[in-house]
Design a protein around this ligand. Sequence first.
Ligand code: TXA
Ligand code: MG
Length: 362
Amino acid sequence: MPRPLPDCVRIDWPPADAEPPAATEAALDRAAGILRAGGLVAFPTETVYGLGADALDAAAVAAIFRAKGRPATNPLIVHVTDIAMARGLAAAWPAAAERIAAGLWPGPVTIVVPKTAAIPDVVTAGGPTVGLRCPDQRAVRRLIEKVGRPLAAPSANRSEAVSPTTAQHVLDGLGGRVDLILDGGPCGQGIESTVVDCTSDPPVILRPGPLTRDRLEAIVGGPVALPDASEAEIPDGGARGAGEGSPARAPGQLPRHYAPQTPLEMPADPRARVATLLAEGCRVGWLALQSDTPEVRALAARPGLVVVPMPNDPAGFARMLYATLHALDQRDLARIVVDSPPHTEAWRAIHDRLLRAATYPP
Ligand code: TXA
Ligand code: MG
């Protein structure tokens, strides 16, 4: 028997108001009760929707892994209200962690530090460190206060699927696997937080995100490193050498993640690739950075092609990316083609997500 679909409850908190409306307060009380009893609640953050459980309750956290189909080896991020709560969960709090938290929290950056024994091993996949994040969402911080405990929360999608940026995406992806969904509207950032390991000196960016390396270096007041493999340049494997359907890089070279159901590719010449696919009778979705050219307008008139004009700035592109992939997955397409964004630092997180989403013709 499939489990019944969860309630989806709206939470609003107008920016000018010091306190949330009564209906939001009531929704947060209900969510807090579920979390205190070991249940799972999906909630909005400024990046993507999270699937939350009491981070100090090992059984509740284990239920997150089951609901997502997530390998036990992949640690979860723990969400806190403020620096004080974070420090209470950290066995050490390096100067870089303090600078990043003081300068950028609440905000889309996760800080990895040594953990205390209070954090169950299941949260950190048995590791000695924990990723801590203070979301820029007042309602979520109020929820954490009401629970009185930090919340472990990965993105609220099945493992390897595209992260959700609306409550409807959560409902479509997880359905009855979650006890309650809090609906705060579409997420403002649209891609997952930057993850920075502050246990090493200099700190290392483990996952690029909305807060860029330049921003972090300015805040830390010194260098911030990238993992060795990505140090050299912005990954451009997707664009390099992808001709007539030839693989741009060996599949599996990067962990496949954040992927839509529809195969996605980022060829060197998207316009030619789209024309080829249409000639083969494929239905194609095209995330186009320069959609207002005569060539694209001519192609866009062809049946079987859905052109989505994408903003030509990283923040705008990020905000639309996952919602666009979720929408195109409903359109019965054979392929999604994506224009490769510029190879600059500002676009690093977008390239990272696109390369992980990409699949190639066999
Ligand atoms: O924006 C976000 O970070 C969202 C929202 C819900 O907060 N959460 C999110 O969680 O993206 P998830 O589980 O989908 O991604 C967490 C990432 C994974 O790449 C995981 O390996 C890494 O953070 N991570 C978590 N704890 C870590 C740790 N102790 N050491 C190294 N990496 C860690
Ligand atoms: Mg995720």
